[in-house]
Design a protein around this ligand. Structure first.
Ligand SMILES: [Zn+2]
Length: 225
């Protein structure tokens, strides 16, 4: 976890391609000699020297939160065929063409989603049990990651169904036809806080210029996620 507090800073977005974003995917881990503290030495300099690195720890009392107006963020998610793979770092689902979102008038296509346990982003120094990242890309290659903070509790049927089908063993792949896929629109809670900031990929090469939209539920006095 790299602690950088920085909110709603708008930058001229860097032009990324998704292929470039995954170029240095080879040798890194979440702990030990190849863990986050060493990512900078492992050929991903930005992970150590970047100024807009994700994830961040959000002080909810200081966060400049915006209730997202219908005009800012519109999800056009539904059920699409999925290709699921356990790649050793995470379980990732490649989404067939068709889902998209509109953020401040720009359209982004949903490319893939994956999970982190526990969450990468923290709220008041606390992680959530799980974080889901939905990676979207506009026609110029800019990335927008929708990060959903997930905790146990009121069961989300779509998510519970999906989690059961995720491949548990490294290297394992499965495919899910649309009719068995979750309706992704239903994963995003309607009554929630959304927080926007400009950050980076959270794994090597830690490329910056990524628009984040974090979705979590908390109240002003809530110290625990
Ligand atoms: Zn992620």
């Amino acid at each position: 976890m790299r602690f950088i507090t920085r909110f709603s800073v708008l930058l001229a977005p860097l032009c990324l391609t998704f292929a470039a974003a995954h170029a240095a995917d080879a040798h890194w881990t979440y702990a030990g000699d190849q863990g986050p503290a060493h990512w900078g030495e492992l050929g991903s300099a930005l992970c150590a020297s970047g100024t807009q690195q994700s994830p961040i720890d959000i002080e909810t009392s200081q966060a400049q939160m915006h209730k997202v107006s219908a005009e800012d963020l519109k999800l056009h998610y539904g059920k699409q065929p999925l290709k699921l793979i356990n790649n050793g770092h995470t379980i990732q689902a490649t989404v067939a063409d068709g889902d998209s979102l509109t953020f401040k008038g720009d359209e982004y296509r949903l490319l893939q989603f994956h999970f982190h346990t526990p969450s990468e982003h923290q709220f008041n120094h606390q992680a959530y049990p799980m974080e889901m990242h939905l990676v979207n890309q506009d026609k110029d290659g800019h990335l927008l990651v929708l990060g959903l903070m997930i905790k146990e509790g009121r069961e989300n049927q779509e998510l519970a169904h999906l989690l059961k089908q995720l491949p548990k063993e490294e290297g394992k792949k499965t495919e899910l036809p649309a009719k068995f896929a979750p309706n992704l629109a239903r994963l995003v809670p309607s009554a929630s806080h959304h927080l926007f900031y400009n950050g980076s990929l959270t794994t090597p090469p830690c490329t910056e210029g990524v628009q984040w939209v974090l979705v979590a539920r908390w109240t002003r006095t809530d110290r625990r996620p």
